[in-house]
Ligand binder design. Structure first.
Ligand code: PEP
Ligand code: MN
Length: 362
């Protein structure tokens, strides 16, 4: 159920409707939009008795949402969700593209700083890096844990990059919520419903990756889990699905970008690194992702990929990332979009070209 308020409805009228919904034993989700506010109702087992709501001052109509996902639906919120960050002009889902780059995993402080400097210089606004790595083998590198989060927090201070990192369980989610700017939920956890609910109670925006065999509806329902707990700042991420094709690690499903945009107001970005698994395919698919209308990219970059502890084969060299950024800027311009500049901290100011005057990072 969705209560659509009149365009001129006052804040008190919206509040009164929310209170009424809660008094009926349901949960109210107020979604202000450019034209009008809609209030989503969740927690109802069956039909909500709409008569009493319909008659309240400021209410335009009460409509049934026929889709299984409600809060993520464009029916509930026609305008795109734009995610903002405190003390930063960076956004996700607005006019500007969000570029997230960094290694698969944080391995050492030096490794992370070396890569962060290059991606910041190339124009990324976000630094990625796993401190908790969900690996297929229990004997593979599992991440540095909280130590990795501390390194990333230092990187934010030094380079002005916002931090994106994965949480794999309740405990790591609590720490990631404290240290990072965006909480990543990985493909393997897309249907870990208790983790999704916990992320829904977190303070930070959530980057939700599509499961390796998830349909569009399952993907949106996973986002609905997070939203239903009150966290409305969600970025969806296409990262490839498993198919019969074996020339790539996964098959990047770019058609999901316009499909999501039709059904949902949430931003969607693309991960061409896990989506292909092959370095030589990351730049072409990044170009395609921007051309198809994605709101951003998340790309793995490593200065010494042959020695990377995870996903070296799909990691770009920093010089390749520079080229990718130059190309993506031009494609974005064709679509009337651009790549916003991250805050330029002192450490990057005063040097002009990428990589020519690298400063000591230790
Ligand atoms: C990652 O981003 O490093 C990662 C593990 O991604 P995914 O969950 O998409 O496999
Ligand atoms: Mn990886």
């Amino acid at each position: 159920m969705l209560v659509v308020m009149q365009a001129q409805a006052t804040e008190e009228q919206v509040r009164a409707v929310c209170q009424k919904i809660e008094a009926l034993g349901y949960r109210a989700h107020s979604m202000p939009g450019a034209q009008r506010t809609a209030i989503g109702i969740t927690g109802n087992k069956g039909e909500v008795e709409s008569g009493s709501l319909e008659e309240m001052p400021g209410v335009q109509e009460v409509i049934r949402v026929s889709k299984p996902y409600k809060l993520v639906s464009r029916d509930t919120k026609p305008d795109n969700t734009i995610i903002k960050f405190p003390n930063s002009s960076v956004t996700i889902g607005g006019h500007d593209l969000a570029i997230i780059a960094g290694p698969c995993g944080i391995e050492t402080r030096d490794q992370a700083f070396t890569i962060a400097e290059r991606v910041a210089r190339a124009g990324a606004q976000f630094f990625r890096g796993g401190a908790y790595k969900p690996r297929t083998s229990p004997y593979s590198f599992q991440g540095l844990g909280e130590e990795g989060l501390k390194i990333m927090a230092e990187i934010r201070d030094r380079f002005g990059l916002l931090i994106v990192t994965e949480a794999v369980d309740y405990e790591s989610l609590e720490l990631v919520d404290q240290y990072a700017d965006v909480i990543q939920i990985g493909a393997r956890n897309m249907q870990n419903f208790s983790l999704l609910k916990r992320a829904g109670r977190a303070r930070k925006p959530v980057l939700l990756k599509r499961g390796i065999a998830a349909t569009l509806e399952e993907f949106l329902m996973a986002a609905e889990y997070i939203m239903s707990e009150g966290n409305y700042n969600i970025v969806l991420c296409e990262r490839g699905v498993r198919t019969f094709a074996d020339h790539t690690r996964n098959t990047l499903d770019l058609s999901i970008v316009p499909a999501v945009q039709r059904l949902s107001h949430l931003p969607i970005i693309v991960d061409p690194s896990h989506g292909t698994g092959k370095r030589n395919k990351v730049t072409p698919l990044s170009r395609a992702a921007v051309a198809v209308g994605a709101d951003g990219l998340i790309v793995e970059v490593h200065h010494d990929p042959d020695r990377a502890l995870s996903d070296g084969m799909q990691s770009l060299f920093p010089d390749q990332f520079d080229t990718l950024m130059a190309q993506v800027r031009q494609i974005a311009a064709v679509l009337g979009r651009s790549i916003s500049k991250a805050a330029e901290p002192a450490v990057l100011a005063g040097t002009s070209s990428a990589g020519t005057s690298r400063q000591s990072t230790s």
